[in-house]
Design a protein around this ligand. Structure first.
Ligand SMILES: Nc1ncnc2c1ncn2[C@@H]1O[C@H](COP(=O)(O)OP(=O)(O)OP(=O)(O)O)[C@@H](O)[C@H]1O
Length: 266
């Protein structure tokens, strides 16, 4: 059986990208300004970007270029100064706090560097927590597949303190995937992992896009991590400055070096 068959499509006609592909999220003319006067910082400067369904996108750029801000604004974790942000067909600015919380809970998966696991809950309880809070029941077959794929079946009764860093990270990934969200935002998901665990995790994310049609947007500094993505979007000074499809680690590294050199001479 193809894994793809187990992944339900969302009801309703999804928004379409300009090329006719369904989009999971879109920003149009998105700007984000922090502070005022002397402390004013334009973290995002009229960014327009689309994330297609079932595509794995890496966001790269120098420190302070706006990567986390972009992700936080698109996930409804931060307010925007102007422009618009869509998750599926929903324009975030039209939602009140309660609806926004519900949208985040039901449609978005998060994988952050700090795994945000609850220490008193077992691995399994942590994985199903968002669904428990939402009053939804995890699809048993799906849960089983996710747990097996991330290699946690023997560890479900363990608490986070009894798990390695890599295993804790995999719990966070399983938690994000179990709810079958419209889109997963991952912020440096391999930041705390050794290279083997990191490669395993990235391979799994790749697999969840290919086989399960998951949509993933990942912020990373690492060209090797970015090479697992279908597409890399490059940010500099709050703007999208370039994009690369079917990236290789070498090509990403070369592009980053070119930006660095340009940054030093301009
Ligand atoms: N809460 C905030 N208040 C004021 N300025 C902020 C805030 N958050 C971010 N910034 C500023 O916005 C800009 C973009 O920050 P952001 O964290 O998005 O960058 P980043 O590309 O994710 O950086 P890094 O790679 O270092 O994590 C930076 O200049 C940062 O100082």
């Amino acid at each position: 059986m193809s894994h793809a068959a187990a992944f339900p499509t969302s009801p309703g006609a999804p928004a379409r990208a300009r090329g006719g592909f369904p989009v999971a999220a879109r920003a149009t003319g998105l700007s984000k300004v922090y502070g005022q006067g002397d402390t004013r910082v334009t973290a995002l400067d009229s960014v327009s970007v689309e994330f297609r369904r079932a595509e794995f996108t890496a966001i790269m750029g120098p420190s302070g270029s706006g990567k986390s801000t972009l992700m936080h604004c698109m996930a409804g974790l931060d307010t925007i100064s102007s422009g618009s942000t869509l998750i599926g067909d929903t324009e975030l600015s039209t939602l009140n706090d309660k609806s926004l919380t519900r949208l985040r809970r039901d449609k978005i998966g998060f994988i952050f560097q700090a795994f945000n696991l609850l220490p008193t809950l077992t691995a399994l309880e942590n994985i199903t927590l968002p669904m428990d809070i939402a009053g939804r029941k995890a699809d048993a077959e799906w849960l089983d597949m996710v747990v097996n794929t991330v290699g946690l079946s023997g560890r479900l009764a363990h608490r986070p303190s009894q798990l390695s860093g890599g295993q804790q990270q995999r719990v966070a990934v399983a938690r994000a995937l179990t709810a079958k969200p419209e889109i997963i935002f991952a912020d440096e998901p391999t930041g705390n992992l050794d290279s083997r665990s990191g490669a395993e995790l990235l391979g799994f994310l790749r697999e969840s896009v290919q086989a399960l049609q998951q949509t993933i947007v990942m912020v990373t500094h690492d060209p090797v991590a970015a090479s697992y993505a279908d597409r890399v979007v490059f940010l500099a000074d709050g703007r999208i400055v370039d994009e690369m499809r079917e990236p290789t680690a070498d090509a990403v590294l070369d592009r980053m070096k070119a930006f660095d050199a340009k940054g030093r001479t301009s």
